[in-house]
Design a protein around this ligand. Structure first.
Ligand code: UD1
Ligand code: CA
Length: 461
């Protein structure tokens, strides 16, 4: 049976006080709407319709082509009216499941159990019992505990307000039935809206039974209306990721101080210190140690490697048993073999570095291939940019590069060559030689430093 999912996302989100549509605000590194789309894909939705009101162009641009169809609801006349914008596009025999763009953590499992309740004479509803049901629509049941209607808070009598079973909003029914019921829904209520919830009473009148299911976790049904709720949900979401990591054998120095904005795949016995931020897809091999304040994005770190405090790694591959940082920056295209050491204030970009090489202090190495067991001294710069084009530097095996050296690319340094400290290398260097471009040291006796004259002006010696 074909499943169509309709995601309601036309609400203004006024309380966010934002130029960004509410459903584009970020949770765990992804727009709220993307979380909902992911759940829809997970349950095998054939068609996904997103009902939007404002910022349509922005929505389409940010969310991109994920196989959903965009349906405009130019005026927000209620949840029933919103669903009605998509229904004409959906075949009568489809199952329809309604989701919400601002309720991001609904799980595929809960949605599957909701859909299992659906047959030709039922409607499926996700409900929950809340200690404080204020604000929600209430589930009204008859003496046999069968659901007979949903009453919105603003239309509820005192006795209905005491009901603690609430409507989460998630509902599933067949397209042809929803079309029939929604055509009968009016806006004669306290808010002057076309309520989707009114279809419950109409279904019951039609002889349908309403089957209810509860979410396995209360966070699944929580919606976002304010930045404060968004921040709470972010912490909650991060804490869940932290718990999963710990279950998988990762030590977190403080599970409240880790942020995973994407996917972190970590092998057992990794240790992650406080305030680490992971973005995109990051893989850590066994026994990787991540120091405090480290940011890693879209990278792979080999087993037994250590990343020391305040390092920033983006689009890089780090081999086994490497030592990176503190204060190192690995930029996209960096590929380090095993046992490489990259120290403080070293920036690498598109640098392929072979086994055992050390670049320990204050250097920039970009568009470069470095061989095995090379030592690059402090303050080495690959001058890869001539103002118009980028050029490559190739450094052979066992090369020793002295401190404060410039390698003006394109340039090749042969195996076992030694570059003396302070050298500016402008021509290719053969294997096994010493290259030096320093001015020989001169000693001038009797030379005096300038002194301040009485008039306050400097005097040259
Ligand atoms: C709705 C339910 C209520 C339930 C609650 C759960 C109705 C009438 N009431 O109330 O029973 O307890 O959700 O949170 O359905 N939207 C549109 N277009 C519109 C109106 C709303 O797309 O014209 C979208 C909003 O973006 C939002 C969602 O529908 O994501 C819910 O709308 P909202 O007005 O917040 O419903 P509630 O009053 O909270
Ligand atoms: Ca409302």
């Amino acid at each position: 049976m074909t499943l169509s999912v309709v995601i309601l996302a036309a609400g203004q989100g006024t309380r966010m006080k934002s130029a960004l549509p509410k459903v584009l605000h970020d949770l765990g590194g992804q727009p709220l709407l993307s979380h909902v789309l992911k759940a829809a894909h997970e349950i095998g939705a054939y068609n996904i319709y997103v009902v939007y009101g404002h910022g349509g162009e922005q929505l389409k641009r940010v969310i991109g082509d994920v196989g959903c169809r965009w349906v405009e609801q130019s005026q927000q006349l209620g949840t029933g009216h919103a669903l009605n914008q998509a229904l004409p596009l959906i075949d009568d025999d489809n199952k329809v499941l309604v989701l919400y763009g601002d309720v991001p953590l609904i799980s595929a499992d809960t949605l599957r159990s909701l859909l299992r309740q659906l047959d030709g004479s039922t409607l499926a509803l996700l409900t929950a019992h809340l200690e404080d049901p204020t604000g929600y629509g209430r589930i009204v049941r008859d003496s046999k505990r069968n659901v007979c209607e949903i009453v919105e808070q603003k239309d509820a009598s005192e006795s209905v307000k005491r009901i603690t079973e609430i409507n989460t909003g998630f509902i599933a029914a067949f397209s042809k039935d929803l079309k029939r019921w929604l055509s009968q829904v009016t806006n004669k209520n306290s808010q002057g809206e076309y309520y989707l919830t009114d279809v419950i009473a109409l279904a019951v009148k039609d002889g349908f039974r309403v089957h209810t299911v509860h979410p396995s976790d209360p966070i699944e049904i929580m919606g976002i209306n304010t930045r404060s709720q968004l921040a709470d949900m972010e912490r909650n979401y991060q804490r869940r990721i932290a718990e999963k990591l710990m279950l998988n054998g990762i030590t977190l120095r403080d599970p409240n101080r880790i942020d995973v904005r994407g996917e972190l795949i970590a092998a057992p016995d990794c240790v992650i210190d406080i305030n680490a931020v992971f973005e995109g897809r990051v893989e850590l091999g066994r026994n990787v140690v991540i120091g405090p304040n480290v940011c890693i994005k879209d990278s792979i770190i080999g087993e037994n490697s250590q990343i020391f405090a305040n390092s920033v790694i983006d689009g890089a591959i780090v081999g086994e048993s490497a030592r990176i940082g503190p204060f190192a920056r690995l930029r996209p295209g960096t590929d380090l073999a095993a046992d490489v050491h990259i120290g403080n204030f070293v920036e690498l970009k598109k640098a392929h570095v072979q086994h055992g090489t050390k670049i320990n202090h204050l250097s920039y190495v970009g568009d470069t291939r470095v061989g095995e067991d090379v030592n690059i001294g402090a303050g080495t710069i690959t001058c890869n940019y001539d103002g118009a084009n980028k050029h490559e530097t190739i450094i052979g095996d066992r090369v020793f590069i002295g401190s404060d050296t410039q390698l003006v690319a394109p340039i090749t340094i042969g195996n076992d060559a030694t570059v003396a400290a302070g050298t500016t290398v402008t021509k290719d260097v053969p294997e096994n030689v010493l290259v030096i471009s320093r001015v020989p040291q001169q000693v001038k006796t009797g030379w005096k430093r300038p002194r301040k004259s009485k008039s306050g002006k400097d005097t040259a010696p």
